[in-house]
Design a protein around this ligand. Sequence first.
Ligand code: UDX
Ligand code: ADP
Length: 459
Amino acid sequence: MTMFSKKIACIGAGYVGGPTMAVIAMKCPQYKVDVVDVSEARIKAWQTDQLPIYEPGLLEVVKAARGRNLFFSTDISTAIRESEIIFVSVNTPTKTFGEGAGKAADLQYWEKVAREILRESKSSKIVIEKSTLPVKTAQTMENILNANGKKIRFEVISNPEFLAEGSAIQDLLEPDRVLIGSRETPEGLRARQEIVEIYANWVPREKILTSNIWSAELSKLVANAFLAQRISSINSISALCEKTDANVQEVARAVGMDSRVGSRFLNASVGFGGSCFKKDILNLVYISESYGLNEVARYWESVLQMNEFQEARFVRMIIREMFNTIVGKRIALFGFAFKADTSDTRESPAIHIARKLLEEKSHVAITDPKALDNARIDLAGSGSDADFLEDPYKAAQGAHAIAIMTEWALYRSLDWEKIYKYMEKPAFLFDGRNILDHERLFEIGFNVYPLGRPPLKHF
Ligand code: UDX
Ligand code: ADP
């Protein structure tokens, strides 16, 4: 068909590829967008109204474009052959084996895709790194792609995705910025311009930044490292607040009103999760070490150590306050997703906390409005003493304690008096997200343990 002015393919239909392509297709009806994936189940789900990921507003965007200029399929070869521009958004987890295990990125999926692109292509193409990748990956990709006897040329572009889950659609529609990095050769600059034009369909020009390709790759890691660092900073202060009777929310407000600091991302929590922060900081640490910059590596590594400390001390607090034993006690975890408004549980602090509570021989009742299927997968093999319940009231039935793991808005409007009646006494409430009305819960009868604020106890 010739009616489309650009043909775009996206390999990898996950949390990044799916929403990003849906928004491009909705905003640019003049382009054809083919989203492909190896997972048949995932692609099938994208073709129905039961999308494979939960993201507010996503279904409406998909429905606006699906079948018109947005197509989901497992036919990767055709999508590669027919497109001029290929976004790659396959998973790049942390390596679990061999050299760099636990730190370096596992690039096997990426490399596989590069080889598929090379095998299937009959014409020159622009290949865009959308997944987060270590700095200098583009070099490897160029080496693989351009080592061909076909006389076709591939321009590799880094266009890191800054969307946050739970607000992906909003972030894509009105991004703070779009970053497009390329080689600074004439071909590289031309390819860069082609990608700028895609986003310029709905993003104001001044928000579309261009840079050299290494800056673009590095900026993604650094943006996430800075965000994670803010959370670790405020979490470290929450521990100090608990010792000094200061209130971390009051401290965060006072600090955040300094316009040089800013007020966002200063909520103390049980720890940050998500597929990006830990992985990206590990990438930063690994690359710093590989250049012999050990002080730089240790500096960023401490952001992760603080996160682990925060999770560990939350569990220690639960055990200590519940009279130093939780054996046989039922503990309800409210929320399992790594943040609100997503079904994603990757690196969720709830995983580590649930495992530790199970190791201490407690019964864990998990409730979450969207993430129970993932929770079951995450805890498979960690003992059978976990229940998974859609209904938070059922999870609280007979519980000795509730621990808030995710800041789902619905937890604020629950009937807490009813929940209190359902529970064993004394009833404990550990608010790992500081989202509830602690004074009111205390009046109902709960012993309340916020983060970084004095506890409210009846004994
Ligand atoms: C992050 C970046 O924000 C995004 O730009 C990038 O593209 C991918 O990584 P995401 O992981 O989806 O996005 O979620 P984010 O909103 O950044 O939250 C990460 C974690 O930090 C969550 O577990 C969240 O609950 C936690 N968090 C966030 C806090 O504990 N306190 C805060 O103040 C903010
Ligand atoms: P992200 O959060 O980065 O989007 P996901 O794990 O949600 O990560 O999505 C990555 C997707 O990439 C998965 O659906 C996976 O099946 C897909 N994928 C991985 N390797 C390939 C490949 N070689 N070809 C096509 N799709 C792939």
